[in-house]
Design a protein around this ligand. Structure first.
Ligand SMILES: CC(=O)N[C@H]1[C@@H](OP(=O)(O)OP(=O)(O)OC[C@H]2O[C@@H](n3ccc(=O)[nH]c3=O)[C@H](O)[C@@H]2O)O[C@H](CO)[C@@H](O)[C@@H]1O[C@H](C)C(=O)N[C@@H](C)C(=O)N[C@H](CCC(=O)O)C(=O)O
Ligand SMILES: Nc1ncnc2c1ncn2[C@@H]1O[C@H](COP(=O)(O)OP(=O)(O)OP(=O)(O)O)[C@@H](O)[C@H]1O
Ligand SMILES: N[C@H](CCC[C@H](N)C(=O)O)C(=O)O
Ligand SMILES: [Mg+2]
Length: 474
């Protein structure tokens, strides 16, 4: 293969050979392009000299950065320039890539998109909170949208494996930091919008704008835009999609592409009555939770947008498998109460998860949850409020307290949850819920879903809600 030269990647006359890309000086090797960005914790510009010492041939940084001994590729938005150069370096990528944004439902939607493509005979993958998932394997990356170098490297690796279809989650952090782009998108999707991450974004509008980068900038005109219609922000998203020249496809109760006419919960799932092209269809979705119907419809539209035939897509919708940690039934207690594990970690998601289980509760709904440390503090009381308004028993406990005092986080959640029981230590809380549950009750363990650790202080300890529930039930 011909060596890649700097002048192939950017508008410069420098023909130095480029061997790779790095955003962390400690990972720089000879011939790399180093991206020096100002972050939340560090200023990447402080590491430029070391990166050059390690052999960086070019540094992508703000115009004001001091760069000596390597080419300075200056841009007021260095992350964007870095992403576009790295994309040229790592290409080729899978031919059919779609991206999903929204506060909740991204992981479920990309995973269902992957599954439906697979059922249609395509080799497919999803990238997101669960890691990189293919039909054979799941490799964790640690973040929903990993850093741009890992992201593009993963995409190129999937292409080399012969995978042509990829659905990825574009988180607001990822979009804001240009770490989820560079790959041509066939379609983008919007699931919903509600409170989260206000530790990072100053206001709800700023949070929304970060998500809208996917529609306004990352997707090229002509790509399809799948929009869930039943969210207060849906119309704004539809306007953005039109303004950008995207091919609009809407799903939901007001959807034009797939309309939800009716939804009836059954013991093992739900029956959806859908309209497509003026015809009515009935889907037996083997997943409980009204919210999963939104996700499966969005996934179905993404597959339609990328060439799937309705007949095949429609039949595949009835065969999607549960997504790990999303209303996953972990165990049934000794007294006959099922225990569900769900990743709800926002007020809206908690409401959706509780609403999902409500139709199945004969006795009491017992909700166990906490709120993450070093994250949006303003969502804590509202989560408490939702849980206590909609459940019969609420147990407030710990969920990744990180560097905060767990008792102080619990107190902030309790402030919104009158009558809740406080149990420090998540294992103790789960044990307490299993102890009190009787036949007809349902237990919801919310907030950690698929996670397999509890982060306390700077320690990352093994912890899996589903496993702990099974242990407590034994
Ligand atoms: C707040 C946030 O999103 N931070 C992410 C961001 O870091 P940052 O750009 O602010 O970086 P920084 O640590 O301040 O460092 C600045 C620069 O100096 C470089 N550096 C730093 C130290 C050093 O010794 N050498 C060096 O070169 C860094 O590589 C970086 O380029 O970019 C890093 C890599 O690209 C991420 O690892 C890091 O995620 C942190 C660990 C994190 O916890 N992020 C969470 C909040 C997050 O992003 N979550 C969303 C999920 C949201 C959702 O799904 O709801 C996600 O997409 O995963
Ligand atoms: N369409 C939806 N509407 C409302 N709530 C939902 C929806 N889909 C999922 N949820 C809730 O949000 C939780 C997280 O779902 P999922 O992991 O699919 O979302 P996500 O957007 O990937 O979340 P994250 O931002 O943490 O990556 C679920 O466990 C459920 O409680
Ligand atoms: N993507 C989310 C996940 C939160 C999950 C919850 N268990 C927590 O740790 O707060 C975040 O990083 O804010
Ligand atoms: Mg996710």
């Amino acid at each position: 293969m011909n060596p890649v030269r700097l002048c192939d990647l950017a508008d410069v006359e420098n023909d130095s050979e480029v061997t790779g890309f790095a955003i962390d000086n400690r990972k720089v090797t000879r011939g790399n392009v180093f991206g020096a960005f100002k972050g939340a914790m560090f200023d990447g510009e402080d590491f430029i000299a070391d990166a050059v010492r390690r052999g960086a041939v070019a540094v992508v940084a703000a115009p004001s950065a001091a760069v000596a001994g390597a080419a300075h590729l200056a841009d007021p938005q260095p992350r964007r320039l870095f992403a576009s150069m790295a994309a040229k370096f790592f290409a080729p990528f899978p031919e059919t890539v779609v991206a999903v944004t929204g506060t909740n439902g991204k992981t479920s939607t990309v995973e269902m998109t992957r599954q439906i493509w697979r059922m249609l005979g395509h080799r497919s993958a999803s990238i997101g909170t669960l890691g990189v998932t293919t039909s054979d394997d799941q490799v964790k990356t640690g973040l929903t949208t990993p850093d741009i170098v890992t992201f593009l490297n993963n995409m190129a690796g999937l292409k080399r494996m012969g995978i042509g279809h990829v659905a990825y989650e574009a988180s607001s952090h990822g979009l804001d930091q240009y770490r989820a782009e560079g790959v041509r998108l066939a379609a983008v999707a919007f699931t919903n919008f509600s409170r989260d991450h206000l530790d990072y974004h100053a206001t709800m509008d700023e949070y929304f704008e970060a998500k809208m980068r996917l529609f306004d900038e990352v997707a090229e005109p002509g790509a399809a835009a799948v929009v869930w219609t039943d969210d207060p922000r849906s119309d704004a998203v539809i306007d953005r999609a039109r303004a950008r020249g995207l091919k609009l496809m809407t799903v939901g109760r007001k959807g034009e592409t797939i309309r939800l006419l009716d939804q009836v919960p059954t013991p093992l799932g739900q029956i959806l009555q859908l309209d497509h092209d003026g015809q009515q269809y009935k889907v037996s979705l083997p997943l409980i939770g009204a919210y999963q119907s939104s996700n499966v419809m969005t996934a179905a539209a993404l597959v339609l947008a990328t060439g799937g035939a309705w007949r095949d897509v429609f039949s595949a919708m009835g065969r999607v498998a549960p997504v790990r940690g999303r209303l996953e039934r972990a165990v049934i207690s000794r007294h006959g109460a099922p225990v569900y594990v769900d990743y709800a970690h926002t007020p809206d998601a908690l409401e959706a998860a509780i609403a999902a289980l409500k139709p199945h509760v004969e006795g009491r709904l017992i909700t166990v949850f906490g709120a993450g440390g070093d994250r949006d503090t303003g969502k804590r009381a509202p989560m408490g409020e939702v849980a206590s308004r909609l459940s019969d028993v609420v147990i407030v406990t710990d969920d990744n307290p990180r560097t905060e005092d767990p008792a102080a986080i619990r107190a902030q959640v309790m402030a919104g949850a009158p009558g809740a029981i406080e149990v420090g230590g998540r294992r103790q809380a789960i044990a307490a819920a299993l102890d009190m549950a009787r036949q007809g009750d349902i237990i919801l363990l919310a907030g950690k879903g698929h996670e397999t650790v509890q982060i306390i202080g700077t320690q990352t300890l093994p912890f899996d809600d589903a496993l702990v529930a099974r242990e407590c039930a034994a």
